[in-house]
Structure formats: C-alpha cells, structure tokens
Design a binder for this molecule. Sequence first.
Ligand SMILES: [Zn+2]
Length: 370
Amino acid sequence: MTFRDFRGRIFVFGKSSAFIFLIIFNSFPTMKQLILKGVENLGLNRLSRFWTRRCLLGLCYHGVVQNQSPPNDARTRIAVTVSQLEEQLRELRKHWNPVSSQQIRDAIEKEIPLPDRAVHVSFDDGYSNNLLLAAPLLNRYEIPATLFVTTNFIETQNQLIWSLELHERLSVFSGTQLSLAGQLYSLDPPETPKRTEQALQLLQIAKSLPMADRETLLQFLRERTKPDLTPKWKRELYTFLSWDELRSLQKKGIEIGAHTLSHPILSQLQPQEIDRELRESKNRLETELNKKCDLLAYPFGSENDFSDLVVNTARNIGFRLAFTLQEKRNNAQLDAMRIHRICIHRELSLASFQALISGVRNALFQQQDS
Ligand SMILES: [Zn+2]
C-alpha cells in the first residue's frame, strides 16, 4: 500500500473516522488477511451467501499459468495460477451452484429458475492456457464455463491485444519520462516490478484517451521498444488458442462466445465499426465452430466501455446474452444484455476470494487489495 494510495483514499472518502479506520486496515495486508479468515470462520460469508442467494454471481477469468513468474510483475496480474484456480473452483463446487450460459438464457427466456447461489464462470480473450490448464480443472470439478474469444487473435503467433501490447511496451520503454494526456510522468527503470506497475497505471490513463491519441502513443512506443516475447512465462501468458483447440474445447462442453474481432473499447467506435466488430466475430465463430453463437462479452466491460448503442446493435445482430465486467452481482431480475461479472486476478488469497464472492469483502475493503 503506497503513501499515495493511502492519501488518495482519505481524499476520496473524506475524514469520517469510520472510513479512516477501514483505510488503516487496508494498509496492513496481514491484518486484513486475519480479518478475512475471521470473517469466514465466523460464518459471515455463509450468512451473506444466504442473504444474496437469489443473485446470480458472474466470475471472469483471463489466463491461467503454472507459476507466477516473475513475482510482483503487474503484467501477470490478470492471470491466476493453477493452484489458485483449483482452490477457487473447489470453493465454488462446495458452496455455490455453478451454472452454464444456457441455464441463464433458459432462466430469462423460459423462466426456468436458476438454483440458489448460482455462479457462472467465464474466461475472456481466448488464451491457449485455458485449454491446457483450466479445462482439466473445470472437468474435474464439473463446473460449466464459457470462453469469450477475440477472433482476430485466434491462431496468431506473437501478437498481443492492444492493451497488453501497450502494457508490455510501457514496461520495457527505456525512457525515464513519458508525456501522457498533457502530464509528464517519471518512470522507474524498465522491466522492474515498479515499472510494470507504473505501466499499468499509464495504461488506465491511455484507455480514457481518444482512440487517435492512443494510436499515436502506441506508434511512438513501437518505434522505440522491442519487447521480448520469448521467455517461457510470457509464452504461457500470451499465446492464443488455435481454431482446432477451440473446437476441442467445444467438444468438452465448454460454451464459446464472441469478444469482438480486435478487442476495442466499443463505446469509442463509430456505429458501423461497432456493427462490424460484433457481426464479423459472430460470423467467424459460427463458421469455424459450426454452431450458432449468441453469447457476447463486451471487451473491458466496465460502464464506460460499452453503451446503449452497443447493446442495441448486439441485440439486433442476434446476440441473446451479453456479459459486462461491472464488478457487481446480478439482481434476481436478470438483464440478458447486461449480465455482470467480477474480474478475478492473482492477488486474491483464498480468504479474500471467499469474502469477495460472498459480498462481505466489498463492504469491508477496497476491491483491488489482496
Ligand atoms: Zn477481454
């Protein structure tokens, strides 16, 4: 917990002593873990699960890796380890009722109710590690899952989705300063944990820029950086599935949905581009997998990343269930084109995961902390 975060939170939440109390707890991870374990042991998670039992919980994963390597590198934050995924799936099997996308559709369209404590598991982007490392665990714990794939990247080598490319290039850029959105940022040495963290923060700023400015930044970095994608951990993290691998996942019972062609921020696109990103990714999946595709996950998926126009276009094209990343659980009254999901990443200890998905943790702590 940095001094800046600490100050930031006081600034955001004002000077109420209750908030300051929570902020102090946020600053001591060990104390926080003890509290979260106490929350589980006292049965608060169970109570919260009961209280919210009619709410559908959506979970979104991305990559799964054998080991987190190198440690404290923000580029690996998006991936969970195999052992993390296993303990989380075991938890879901034990206390929750995993449901498929089809069951959610049936709940909405045919009024076949979902079980209490329903949880939906999905994986975004289309990484090869989903087949190699996640699929066997999903099979072992009999947990249905949906994969949302960015179709332009399937079967490609050494290509990164633009946001990961930006994170990668910002992490290796040799400069000591960078001007972004009219502000000058000092940079730590390249390829250090601090730099990868800074790169992640700069990426968040870049995401709010107009597309043309972001392209200019990417071009600037492409001319000055040459990321090495050959280390084993990067290959494990970044390699995309092939079409044959996707067909094999489909045969294993995994549902496959669209995640656009190129992973844009859909709300920033012109109407005809929104239509193309959605329609062509759907068509490609239907051709390659020989199956109707009516599932969609909006790239990035937060409130600002898609719009009513995006939702209406998706519905008109034929998508019947669409998933967000709005970090909240769903009301009993489901909105088919806005099924919310919570993003799961590597910082979560088991106690944090338990408290996060039961809803206790958000009441106590900030989302991004372990
Ligand atoms: Zn994505």
